[in-house]
Ligand binder design. Structure first.
Ligand SMILES: [Zn+2]
Ligand SMILES: [Zn+2]
Length: 254
């Protein structure tokens, strides 16, 4: 299984970088997980979207889904035959938000004439070609699901956006590679009590990877501009294993 980082930025983009977007390839299948601003420009350097088995969206924050608007423009402006439409898997209950977004950019049919829109159910595994994805609910400011992703006997886990929580522990439990957000430079940047937290420090990603015995840890969703070494060291101090910072356009073997 191969993971290619199309974008790693948090909501405020790092200069010259796309927001969240991760290409997963295994067993002849190809899945794009998250499609934040700037991701489509990176995707089409490599693949036409018809070469994807599905686009899967973790949650409805702009930095994880807004380039779905852009993806529509890769296709001609007419309804596509239903059996040729790219499958888009969004969180449960997101259909109304997509419809509002479609209206906001000029046409209620912006997505539905072109894509096969589906929702996962929040817990059941689903297949995208040879790749199996299992959604795992995380603790974030809005409903969010990370994914356990498996194919070819290999396991990747993606935390999406999360605070320390049971879902994170579940995701970090034994994958060959844990792709974890590490958005915070300090706890001051997270929600303050009594509001529940929504993101991780790099050290907390390291702790989760250590406790779950993940094979390797890749940190992403970082507010960095080529200076992520502090975050890598903070995570490695806890994890004790191999830690990398997700680099734009880099590919990681899982
Ligand atoms: Zn985010
Ligand atoms: Zn978010």
């Amino acid at each position: 299984m191969r993971l290619t980082v199309l974008g790693r930025s948090p909501a405020s983009p790092n200069p010259g970088e796309a927001c969240a977007g991760y290409l997963v390839e295994a067993g002849g299948s190809r899945v794009l997980v998250d499609i934040g601003p700037g991701v489509v420009a990176q995707l089409v350097r490599r693949h036409h979207p018809d070469e994807l088995d599905a686009v899967v969206i973790s949650h409805m924050h702009a930095d994880h889904m807004l380039d779905l608007v852009t993806l529509r423009y890769v296709y001609p402006w007419r309804a596509r035959p239903k059996d040729q439409r790219l499958r888009i898997v969004t969180p449960p209950g997101s259909a109304d938000q997509l419809l509002e977004l479609a209206r906001g950019v000029g046409s209620a049919r912006h997505f539905e004439d072109c894509f096969h829109l589906t929702e996962h159910d929040g817990s059941s595994s689903f297949a995208a070609g040879a790749v199996s994805l299992t959604p795992v609910r995380t603790q974030h400011y809005i409903p969010c699901w990370g994914f356990r992703i498996s194919a070819d006997g290999r396991r990747l886990a993606y935390t999406a956006d999360t605070a320390p929580c049971g879902g994170l522990e579940d995701l970090a439990d034994g994958p060959d590679l844990l792709l974890s957000e590490a958005t915070l430079r300090s706890l001051d940047e997270d929600a303050q009590p009594p509001e529940p937290r929504g993101h991780l420090l790099p050290s907390e990603a390291g702790t989760a990877a250590r406790d779950g015995k993940a094979g390797a840890l890749v940190l992403t969703h970082l507010p960095v501009n080529g200076h992520g070494e502090w975050a890598r060291e903070a995570a490695a101090d806890e994890f004790g294993g191999e830690v990398a910072i997700a680099e734009p356009s880099a590919t990681y073997e899982v």
